[in-house]
Every structure is written in C-alpha cells, then in structure tokens.
Design a protein around this ligand. Sequence first.
Ligand code: NAP
Length: 506
Amino acid sequence: MIHIVVPVYAQNLELLIGQSLDAKSAGATMVELRLDLCAQMGADCAALVAGISSLLLPVMATNRSKDEGGKWSGSDSDRLQLLLDADAAGAVFIDVELAHISALAARPTQAKLILSYHDFNGMGANLNTIVTHMYAAGADIAKIAVTATDAGDLSTIEMLYHDFSEHELVAIAMGEEGLPSRLLAGAWGAAFTFATVNDQSSAPGQPTVEDLVDMYNIQFQGPETRIFGVIGEPISHSLSPLIHNSGFQALKIDAVYVPFLVHDPKDFWQRCGNWIDGLSITIPHKHELADELNEIEDIALPIGAINTIYRNVDGTVGANTDACAALYCIQECTGTLEGLRCMILGAGGVSRGMAYALHQAGAIVCIANRTLERAQQLADEIGCQHVTLDDASNVRFDVLINGTSVGMNSDISPWPKECLTDQHVVFDTVYTPLETKLLQDAQHAGCTCICGLSMFLRQAYEQFERWTNTPAPEGAMRRLVLESLGVDPYAFVRSAKTTTACWNKG
Ligand code: NAP
C-alpha cells in the first residue's frame, strides 16, 4: 500500500517526536526527516539521527543542499554522511539526489535508496532517460519532482508511471497545477506521496493528510480506479471534489475526483483525456471543449456551454447539467413548466442555459438584463420577450430567477422586495451566501424559495449519474457539502415547498 509521508523538522528530538505523533494521528504512515531544515533551525543533527527509532513512524531521511532546493550549508561529505548514519540508525529510506550519488561514500546497508531529480522551474528534460539512469545507478526507488505550469503537464507524469510500471517510482508535479499528481498517486502506483499536517510542508503544493485519506481515499486507489475531475481557473475553492468523492465512497465505487487547475483546456484534454473518465467544467472553460467531443446532448447544443464530459459506447459526450438542474428545481416547486411565466434576471452563461431549457420545456420566458443588448440578443435567439431591469417589475411572472451575480458575497438584492408576493416562486442561483438578500426578502413576502445550493447539488447528482449509470447517493453527497458550509443538514429540508431557503427555520 502507498505510504503517506509527512515532512518533519525541528530544533530537537522532543519536538520531532511531537510532530511524528501528529502525523501518525492524522493517518500518515511515514515521516520524512528533513535534516537540512533541522540544521537551519540550529538542531544537533547527529542527536536527531541517533533518535530516529523513537519517531513513532518509519523514517525517510533527507538532507538537501542548496543547489537541490534544500538548506544545508555545511560540507557535502558531512551532509551525505548524516544520511548513512540515518541508515545505520534505522531509517527505512534515504533520499539522495542523482547528481550526488557518486559522492556517497557507501551504499545504505538497511534503508532503501531513493535517487531523486528536482526541477523547481519546469518539467525537466528527458525524464525517461533520467529515471533509467537512476535504476542503473542502484536506486530502489526513482523520485522525480518537477514543476507543472499547466495541468496538461500531468500527462508527462502519467506517462512515467506507465513506462516504469515494473519499478518503484514516485513522480510529482509541484505547484497547484501539479496537485493531482499527488492526489492520484495511489491510482498511478506511486511508492509514496507527501502530505502535510499543521501546514508544515517541504515542497510547494502538498495536500493535507486528512484530505488524502478522507477525501481522495488514497490508500484504496489502485490501477483500476476510475479518474474524474473538475477543470477551471481558479479551482481551489471548488466544492465538487468533496461532493463527488463522498458519492463514490458512499456507493463503494472505485473512483476518485480531483481538481485540475487548467489554463489551456484544449491542450489539457488532448494530452490527458485518455486517462480521464469524466470531467466537470467550470468558469471560464465551459465554451472551449465542444469541438473535442464526439457528441453533445440536445439541450447543451443551443446553449453552447458544456459543464460535463462523460463517456458512452460511442465516445465522449458533452452535457449541460446546470440547465437540467435548474429545470428540476423549478419543476419540483411548481409541478409543471408548461405555460409557467419565468422572469430571468441576467443574460450571462447561467441565464442563457436556463432560458433555453425553460423555453424548450414550454415556459414563457422573459429576460431582463443590465446590458439591454445582451438581453435582446438572447431573447431573439430563443424567441422570447426581453425588458430592461427597470421595467421588469411591471411584467407579470410566476417564477423570478436571479441569474446575475448580484447578491454574491453581498447583502444586495437584484429585485425590489415590494414587488414580491406569496404567489411567487423565487429562485436565486447565487449560493454564497446560502441565504441571499433576495431570498430573505422572498421569505418575508411568503414566496416559495429555491436556493442556489439546491441547483448546485442537483447539477452534481446529474453528473454523477452520467458517469456511473447509478442513482446518486443524494443524502451522502448533500450532507458533506452542507457540513463543509457549516449548515445543519437536518435543517436543510427537502420538500416541494422547502427545496430551498428553509434551513434557517429548521
Ligand atoms: P456571467 O456569464 O458573468 O453573467 C453575469 C450576469 O450578471 C450578466 O447578466 C451581468 O449583466 C449580470 N450582472 C453582473 N453584475 C451586475 C450588476 N451589478 N447589476 C446587474 N447585473 C449584473 O456569469 P454566470 O456564469 O452566468 O453566473 C452568474 C451567477 O450564477 C454566478 O454569480 C453564480 O453565483 C451563479 N451560479 C450558480 C450555479 C449553481 O449551481 N447554483 C452555477 C453557476 C453559477 P451584464 O450582461 O450587464 O454584464
């Protein structure tokens, strides 16, 4: 099973033991003793090495010089001798940079030898040749740590695991763009992966042990694990890994879902699409991959935006589950869409999807937007009405939908509260905060409310079902997302009248 390795470094053995305990409690299976960082803090490294057997977890000993990205300022011979001392003291791995292996006075007698190559500025060159040299030079484990500038660089890492599948290998792309190389380490067959506790990392982009274990199920990943993810820019805020991984785990599906920070989506899909089973696509990439796919679902075609890629027997399919989700949420409240008068505020991506889907379902759509020309253009495309934002409150409607970003992280409403009655359904697609000013006003007016989180959850369930051909475990997926947002799951009542903003009444 893959080792989860936590870097530890401190001034004395007592502090190191404390860090090892924290690492073990969090779920780590090994610590990396960074002797160079200990030395920089003024520690007596010989004393630390002598205490290796008291560190509660197996120890990987590392001692990097400055040209290897480390902090050791003493002589090279002292540096490498400490590693041999660590071998004698019970370390299970010692890590030596390939370029310095000839200076190592002897081979370790007990520890396995890791030979490393680092590039902190790029993806290195001729990595296959370097790894071949490492094994030829006696490496038990070859370790490559390079720096990704786009998630497409992950293809290089995946290829290395493929090409050296008969050997023990650790290949890491550092930086946020390379994060999936750490999160997929179990699926790709890595000997170990690094993680942090208490924010104490040894290289850029290390995830926490808790995330690796709980969210990414790293110890249960294997060659059969199906790989899913979300592409976007930015992506670190995304709740999608939490929601989909909780779904896979609830149903014991051997799959993992990771965040890909992608700058060039076409390049990413062309280089990495072959090992990815399905994708979520978020801002700003929803318009960029249609040409790369074999098929587009009917509803996604006129909308022109794709938020999901899945595979069927004929190849890759693009879908827009945002629009399906919005329709589902409205219909859950109104029973029917046929003849329903829907006032959509906004003419951006979300509004466009909803306008098309509602129109196609027989609703009577009116679009109001700050920039009137955009409202007009969309209305002309669809064949529906449009008005200015000022005139919108003079138009009769059954359902008011906020598809603008107004209300996001603010207490501003895009709609006058005096124009709401208990006959209205009000749907705010914004879900940060969960209870927007518009929804507060709507609740006071006695409206039926639909919150943006309901739509977010529904679009995720729709994705999950396309990827797995299995009904999504909605309860498990919803519970973790609500918990992560600090919302009491039991108060988030799901019923026709309360799909909605009622968690605060629970
Ligand atoms: P978008 O394409 O950038 O469109 C933004 C829309 O908001 C445009 O119509 C824009 O009007 C309008 N707008 C922005 N600032 C405004 C202001 N101060 N006053 C009036 N109108 C303003 O964004 P999008 O992708 O459609 O996303 C819109 C919102 O939907 C996001 O903020 C997000 O909260 C929400 N969303 C929710 C979900 C979900 O699952 N619940 C999913 C995706 C998005 P102009 O045309 O005049 O610029």
